[in-house]
Design a protein around this ligand. Structure first.
Ligand SMILES: C[S@@+](CC[C@H](N)C(=O)[O-])C[C@H]1O[C@@H](n2cnc3c(N)ncnc32)[C@H](O)[C@@H]1O
Length: 261
């Protein structure tokens, strides 16, 4: 494959038109639970059991099966570092608040969180070294309740910009609908995540052109897309409308490799 071009592999069955939602439409106001109130054990346990039940339901969806297939292709193609697993960290950005009183947003975040857990499981099984994957999450919107629940699922919560240090070639970077200014200005600059799930290079490029900030980001977007396979997620997630619509999974090809190989 020519290393100077992007390889886009769209989902064969259910490709949809990409239309990432804006931050304003998704988050009209901050979650009420960040206002200094202490979360009760009951609230935390209720949220935890809701997420466990979502996780159970998620596992049996066609969407989850598709995700596992995409990840196993990504793992297969990732270069193998010497004496190290292909992926040993998973960084979750932009989840939003799981405990916001805006139920539509909380639902999106819940499905996106269980998808993250499922993907970490798939990467762990696929890596076959048995060491597990360290999971880290960061979002300025996390409430105290969110943070406690995330820890119960084995996820370490870090303050901005701490997650950046974990974004390496052996990282799975999960950033569903992270604002592009943050993604390009803060997260991807100088970084090369092994596997990335978020808005793909085409959307990044469109955003750069629309906002006329070509000078700042165009080269970064080109560099990110170069030699990477881009696979669009299927748009029709059984339980959640557009929760994943417009997102892609990207991974780097080994030099001279063909994406079909
Ligand atoms: C457009 S919302 C997407 C929320 C959710 N993923 C969804 O699809 O509904 C973007 C999210 O990115 C978060 N965010 C902004 N800056 C961030 C940063 N530096 N690190 C992690 N998350 C960040 C915001 O707080 C917000 O929750």
């Amino acid at each position: 494959m020519n290393n100077n071009t992007w390889t886009t592999v769209t989902h064969p069955k259910r490709n949809r038109k990409k239309k990432p939602p804006s931050r304003e439409s998704l988050h009209p106001k901050p979650p009420l639970s960040t206002s200094g109130t202490t979360s009760s054990e009951t609230d935390i346990s209720t949220l935890e059991s809701t997420l466990r039940s979502h996780r159970h339901r998620f596992k049996s969806t066609t969407f989850a099966q598709d995700l596992r297939t995409i990840l196993s292709r990504a793992l297969h193609h990732l270069p193998t570092p010497e004496n190290a697993p292909k992926i040993d960290h998973a960084v979750c950005l932009a989840l939003g608040s799981l405990s916001t009183e805006n139920l539509e947003l909380a639902k999106r975040s819940a499905w996106q969180f269980v998808a993250f857990l499922e993907m970490c499981d798939a990467l762990w099984c696929g890596s076959a070294d048995g060491r597990g994957i360290k999971m880290v999450a960061q979002d300025p919107r996390f409430s105290e309740e969110d943070q406690q629940v995330l820890r119960r699922f084995g996820v370490e919560v870090v303050e901005r910009p701490g997650a950046g240090t974990f974004v390496t070639a052996r990282c799975f970077l999960y950033a569903p609908f992270l604002e592009q200014a943050v993604l390009l200005g803060e997260v991807l600059r100088g970084k090369d995540p092994g596997i990335y799930l978020g808005v793909g290079p085409e959307s990044m490029r469109g955003w750069v052109e629309r906002l006329d900030c070509v000078g700042d980001y165009a080269e970064l977007v080109e560099e990110f897309g170069r030699g990477r396979v881009v696979t669009d997620l299927p748009g029709d997630f059984e339980f959640g409308g557009a929760v994943f619509e417009g997102l892609s999974v990207c991974w780097r090809l080994v030099e001279d490799e063909d994406e079909e190989g």
